[in-house]
Design a protein around this ligand. Structure first.
Ligand SMILES: Cc1cc2nc3c(=O)[nH]c(=O)nc-3n(C[C@H](O)[C@H](O)[C@H](O)COP(=O)(O)OP(=O)(O)OC[C@H]3O[C@@H](n4cnc5c(N)ncnc54)[C@H](O)[C@@H]3O)c2cc1C
Length: 391
């Protein structure tokens, strides 16, 4: 295979592995360089909305994912202080019909395992674990990479899928750090049997409180429960991710309804993530290099779309390569042009949602009234442009 049909991808996360699979289907080979010694993910869940599930299904992953996913029957939005139900939306089969593909939740480890297993079966894909890109330099006929440890590689075509602290993004010309957005996510999973009875079941829950909100949903056929609590936070934790102190969370949610307080009290172990984003940037706009996923447009998780955007990016980038296999630099520019508007719009919606979710006082009362008026159907209709999208 000539060099131009071979793509080097930095990062074997959701974006990098999906891209390798999409490229293989389009007739390209790839080498995926992954920093971690093994392909594994943190013990937390992820929502996979129809715009993403459609792409994974088209890749032939439906069967592999079936035992791992849950399609929640619905979503309940509640006031955290009173416990009052503000809106209830139907998901399940209704969502699959409305948006043409299922609305899933899945444990990240299960998603990554399914992607990794599909990649392992694909002769066009080589995954090198324990290979962290340290530096990238554009040269006349491609890119010189240095891996941590000192190994050097010369490659023709490069995609950075190496997450929010992307070394490829730095090497392509953006040395800026992610921007901390004064919020932290406390994430945990617990057995369904340990969940307070009133919250058990197959629905997704969203609780809105002053300067905090909570999301929960079932995982792994309903045997496991995923909890994410987001609180306002003045400073990032060292290393951006650390064990979370249950006492901090309990204190911050002390004025909340009994059910969510019982839920957080049932958790044994929290992970605390400092939340950040980065301006949308795909690279310098020249040569056969680009960025996908969080490397290009890390966003706050308040529309649950960061992973979905990485999956969409992968599908669009591979389609552009297939349409212009003899000019991959041109194909990459076409991909960047196709994606810029959508990811910027979703990124700014995520920022706005974060502010709205955490309102307090009269502003929170006005928000709750607006949600009641919209109702579950109205809330879902607002998401049509995100979920119905066919990348
Ligand atoms: C609290 C929270 C909840 C979220 N919930 C959702 C949700 O419900 N739905 C959703 O769609 N998204 C969600 N997201 C966002 C989602 O997790 C990310 O957008 C998604 O993981 C991005 O995928 P990625 O492949 O671009 O990057 P990553 O998942 O960060 O993967 C990057 C990969 O690159 C590797 N890597 C890093 N540096 C190097 C290097 N120098 N060389 C080689 N490899 C490297 C890493 O080890 C990793 O494997 C959430 C995020 C947070 C913080």
């Amino acid at each position: 295979m000539p060099a131009a049909r071979h793509v080097t991808i930095a990062g074997a996360g959701i974006g990098g592995l999906t891209l390798a699979l999409c490229l293989a289907r389009a007739g390209f080979t790839s080498t995926v360089l992954e920093r971690s010694p093994a392909l594994e993910e943190v013990g937390a869940g992820i929502q996979l909305s129809p715009n993403a599930s459609r792409i994974l299904i088209a890749l032939g992953l439906a069967e592999a994912l079936a035992p791992a996913v849950v399609a929640p029957a619905g979503m309940d939005v509640r006031s955290a202080s009173s416990g009052a139900l503000l809106a209830a939306a139907t998901l399940g089969e209704t969502a699959a019909q409305r948006w043409g593909s299922p609305w899933w939740v899945i444990h990240r480890a299960d998603l990554l395992a399914a992607l990794a297993a599909a990649a392992a079966r694909e002769p066009a894909i080589t995954i090198e674990t324990g290979s962290a890109v340290a530096t990238v330099m554009a040269v006349a006929d491609g890119f010189d990479l240095t891996l941590e440890g000192g190994e050097r590689r010369h490659i023709a075509v490069l995609v950075g899928a190496d997450g929010i602290r992307s070394a490829v993004r730095r090497g392509l010309g953006d040395p800026a750090a992610p921007i901390f957005r004064h919020r932290s996510a406390f994430r945990a999973t617990l057995p369904m049997a340990a969940v307070p009875a009133v919250l058990r079941g197959d629905r997704l829950g969203l609780w809105l409180g002053p300067d905090a909100h909570l999301v929960h949903y079932p995982l792994r056929g309903g045997s496991l429960f995923n909890v994410v609590a987001i609180i306002g936070d003045p400073a990032p934790v060292a290393g951006w991710r650390a064990p979370g102190e249950a006492s901090v969370l309990a204190q911050r949610l002390s004025g909340w309804d009994a059910a969510p307080r019982q839920l957080i009290a049932a958790v044994d172990e929290w992970q605390r993530w400092s939340l950040a984003d980065r301006p949308v940037w795909f690279g310098p706009g020249q040569g056969a290099a680009t960025l996908i996923g969080d490397a290009a447009h890390a966003m706050l998780p308040f529309v649950a779309q960061g992973g979905a955007m990485a999956v969409e990016d992968a599908a669009v980038l591979a389609a552009c390569c297939a349409a212009g296999p003899h000019d991959l630099a041109g194909a990459f520019r076409a991909y960047e042009g196709a994606r810029r508007g959508r990811v910027a719009r979703i990124q700014s919606l995520a920022g706005r949602n974060g502010a709205i979710y955490h309102l307090r006082g009269p502003a929170a009362f006005a928000r709750d009234t607006a949600i009641r008026l919209l109702g579950g159907r109205g809330l879902l209709a607002q998401q049509d442009w995100i979920y119905a999208h066919r990348a």
